[in-house]
Design a protein around this ligand. Structure first.
Ligand SMILES: Cc1cc2nc3c(=O)[nH]c(=O)nc-3n(C[C@H](O)[C@H](O)[C@H](O)COP(=O)(O)O)c2cc1C
Ligand SMILES: CCCCCCC(=O)C(=O)O
Length: 342
């Protein structure tokens, strides 16, 4: 079982538990994996703790689009989770029940098995080439209790990966979609003509807030908000799309400045500790999401592995806040990492 947040240890445990293809699919970045590496480096921002602050109580609670959460962290959408563990998304959702869980549209488990075990959850979506299939899937997500849609916008085409990613025959790669179409069915490929107008379309057909995931620029963030987005998620898909794209820790301040408190901003990519979550919040994010570490923990330890990882990250965040001199998440401000006033 994974008993640590140490990313090297978790990755080694996952490597031991998985076959080579599954491990490579999980680990890979796009191109020469420059962005994959830069995402990690981006968070190595020196911390500037305040001392002589009253941290006799430290409160990590916040809310995400109105949903109260014990800590400002969540599980990023990860496709094909039954490739990593027989219980796949069900195990992850159980392990993450105290956090926010985002279900991938490329899930390998149907809504019916997932919703009885999940805490609060959002559903990640693409606009598929078949609009009707998209609509029917979203109607099911709404009926199953999704509290928001996370529209991924950085994947008009899948970035060419450094390592093989072909899922094994028999893995139900479209388990959420009516009829469970196969991997090679063009109706389920992502629509490459996705536009700002689709943000309003997703909101209308679902009645849910739409979080736009995959934004790296302030001007794009402003346009998404004007088009009806409820929140912006700074992401480069964990370095799996455009290799060379800016690290998310570097992109975050520009997006936060452009959004200017009009909406919540989230971030993922290379977040590996509670200290990284504290850095993300100091730079203006409302929450940080974890991708690969959750899948490593799932592969190595199933439900208990995921729970242990998220509890560990939460504990690290608590400690980081206490030692930074912050009693609440609102006290995590840019000065603590940049030396610049808010
Ligand atoms: C194995 C794997 C599968 C992923 N599947 C999806 C997906 O289905 N939809 C999506 O929007 N992002 C997907 N992502 C991107 C993650 O949601 C997230 O942006 C990224 O993993 C964060 O970086 P990190 O892995 O360094 O934490 C996937 C990432 C990985 C590693
Ligand atoms: C390599 C194509 C699979 C796409 C579905 C999951 C995903 O987004 C990923 O990055 O992997």
């Amino acid at each position: 079982m994974a008993a640590s947040t140490n990313p090297d240890l978790l990755a080694a445990q996952a490597r031991a538990a998985l076959d080579r293809d599954a491990y490579d699919y999980l680990a890979t970045g796009a191109g020469q994996e420059v962005t994959l590496t830069e995402n990690l480096a981006g968070w190595r921002l020196p911390l500037r703790p305040r001392v002589l602050r009253d941290v006799s109580t430290v409160d990590t609670e916040t809310s995400l689009l109105g949903t109260p959460v014990a800590a400002p962290l969540g599980v990023a959408p990860l496709g094909f989770q039954r490739w990593f563990h027989p219980d796949g998304e069900v195990a992850t959702a159980k392990g993450a029940a105290a956090s926010l869980f985002v279900l991938s549209m490329r899930a390998t488990t149907g809504f019916d098995q997932l919703t009885p075990v999940a805490g609060p959850w959002w559903c990640q979506v693409y606009r598929l080439q078949d609009r009707q299939l998209t609509v029917e899937t979203i109607r099911q997500a709404v009926a199953a209790g999704a509290r928001a849609l996370v529209l991924t916008v950085d994947t008009p085409y899948a970035g060419e990966k450094a390592r093989p990613t072909e899922p094994p025959a028999g893995l139900p790669v479209n388990a959420l979609l009516p009829g469970q179409p196969g991997w090679d069915d063009p109706r389920c490929w992502v629509a490459a003509d996705l536009s700002l107008a689709d943000i309003g379309w997703f909101r209308e057909i679902s009645g849910l807030p739409v979080v736009v995931k995959g934004v790296l620029r302030g001007d794009d963030a402003r346009e998404c908000l004007a088009a009806g987005a409820a929140a912006i998620w700074v992401s480069n898909h964990g370095g799996r799309q455009l290799d060379g794209a800016v690290a998310t820790a570097t992109a975050l301040p520009e997006v936060v400045a452009a959004v200017a408190d009009r909406a919540e901003v989230y971030v993922d990519g290379g977040v590996r500790s509670g200290r990284d979550v504290a850095r993300a919040l100091a730079l203006g994010a409302r929450a940080a999401f974890l991708g690969r570490p959750v899948a490593w923990a799932l592969a190595a330890g199933g439900v208990a592995g995921v729970r242990s990882l998220l509890d560990g990250i939460h504990a690290e965040l608590w400690e980081a806040m206490a030692l930074l001199g912050c009693a609440t998440v609102d006290e995590l401000i840019p000065d603590l990492v940049t030396g610049l006033a808010q």
